[in-house]
Design a protein around this ligand. Structure first.
Ligand SMILES: Nc1ncnc2c1ncn2[C@@H]1O[C@H](COP(=O)(O)OP(=O)(O)OP(=O)(O)O)[C@@H](O)[C@H]1O
Length: 355
């Protein structure tokens, strides 16, 4: 899966740009504030219908402009487009048609973002790690989205009923369904983490040799207890608290080094490498299971990494065989691999550079 064409109009400081990226490594370089991250943000927006920097979509529309437009063509021919006016919603098109769900965009263009903020995967609460697991389950199992949405709806309804006096009997009736979808969701997640663990071993070794990292799936409640039994057992407490305390909505990915949480045992550079290894492993399992890879967006690759680790990361990205977009301030910082294409960004203008 690769973008063979990208057009950006009135997005951040980019007035208009048209890129024909390489199927492999693409370098986007330029001074601070030139618009490099905005290119990655545009690709991300085109896949997910939102930014990774703000939840306020009008912020990404170029100042003084009424809307932005993004267009991408995938190598197998699909055409993706999004237009976003200051007032109103995204107008999304796939091959000229409005999709029923935004998720249809994401399904066509799986992305992994590695940025200086990616540490949050390890440092923040479990939500980011659940999303990380769910990314893989979503892209490899067509049932995932339906099962996940159903569980979320049932959980929301349960939490509403927990706050209604006298609804205990009604909750018990619904709990059979909640448990059914919750257990199903957990199986899909657990399958994904098992596959991920297999791929991670080989990837982690060159990144963090001699660091014994253990990755395990925590499903959100005691594995020995069936979910329906747990919900029934916790009902009184859940009513008192007004929400469902345990279940798949509390799932997490645990990363430990010698029994310590990874974030307490590793340096910042090592944490960045661990995040990179996890994201590269996600893409590898996807391509093994689906014969289609994901696209990697790597913002400010050089930060926190020494020359040897930068080389290693670039080589590992190259080995994925995926399309990769990397930003850097100085192209010389990343001259250790042959780049498919290089783009120079200056005050929002993007030009392809030939050596
Ligand atoms: N809505 C907008 N309209 C116009 N310009 C904007 C808008 N939002 C942000 N900008 C400007 O766009 C520029 C590009 O920002 P971007 O983060 O893409 O740069 P960058 O090249 O990645 O910088 P750095 O190397 O410092 O990370 C910034 O100067 C910013 O002030």
């Amino acid at each position: 899966m690769a973008l063979s064409q990208l057009q950006i109009r009135h997005f951040r400081n980019i007035e208009t740009a048209s890129l024909t990226p390489a199927g492999g490594l693409n370098l986007i370089y330029g001074a601070n504030g030139s618009g490099k991250t905005s290119v990655l943000e545009a690709i991300w927006y085109l896949s997910l219908g939102r930014s990774f920097r703000t939840h306020l979509a009008p912020r990404v529309i170029q100042h003084e402009q009424p809307q932005f437009t993004l267009f991408g063509r995938l190598e197998q021919g699909d055409r993706l487009g999004i237009q976003r006016p200051r007032e109103g919603d995204n107008d999304v098109r796939i091959n000229g048609e409005r999709p029923r769900r935004l998720a249809e965009l994401a399904a066509r263009m799986p992305l992994q973002l590695i940025s200086p903020e990616s540490f949050s995967l390890l440092l923040d609460g479990p939500k980011a790690r659940r999303e990380f697991i769910d990314w893989g389950a979503f892209h490899t199992d067509p049932q995932f989205l339906g099962v996940w949405s159903r569980y979320r709806r049932l959980l929301k309804q349960r939490n509403q009923l927990l706050r209604q006096p006298g609804a205990a009997r009604q909750i018990s009736v619904w709990d059979t369904q909640t448990a059914h979808y919750g257990e199903w969701l957990t199986r899909l997640r657990s399958n994904w983490v098992n596959s991920l663990n297999g791929a991670l071993k080989g990837i982690m070794e060159p990144f963090l040799p001699d660091v014994p990292i253990r990755v395990s799936f925590s499903q959100g409640w005691d594995v020995k207890t069936p979910l329906e039994q747990l919900l029934s057992h916790n009902l009184e407490r859940d009513i008192q608290l007004g929400y469902t305390v345990s279940g798949p909505h509390k799932a997490d990915l645990r990363l430990r080094v010698n029994k310590l949480p990874a974030q307490d045992a590793l340096s910042r550079g090592q944490l960045k490498l661990l995040v990179c290894a996890l994201k590269i492993a996600q893409g590898r399992v996807l391509s093994q299971q689906q014969q289609r890879g994901c696209l990697y967006l790597v913002d400010d690759l050089a930060s926190e990494l020494d020359h040897g680790r930068r080389t290693l990361l670039l080589e590992q990205l190259q080995h994925t065989g995926s399309q990769v977009f990397v930003t850097a301030i100085e192209p010389e910082q990343l001259a250790m691999v042959p780049w498919g294409r290089k783009f120079h960004v200056e005050h929002g203008r993007i030009t392809e550079q030939t050596d």
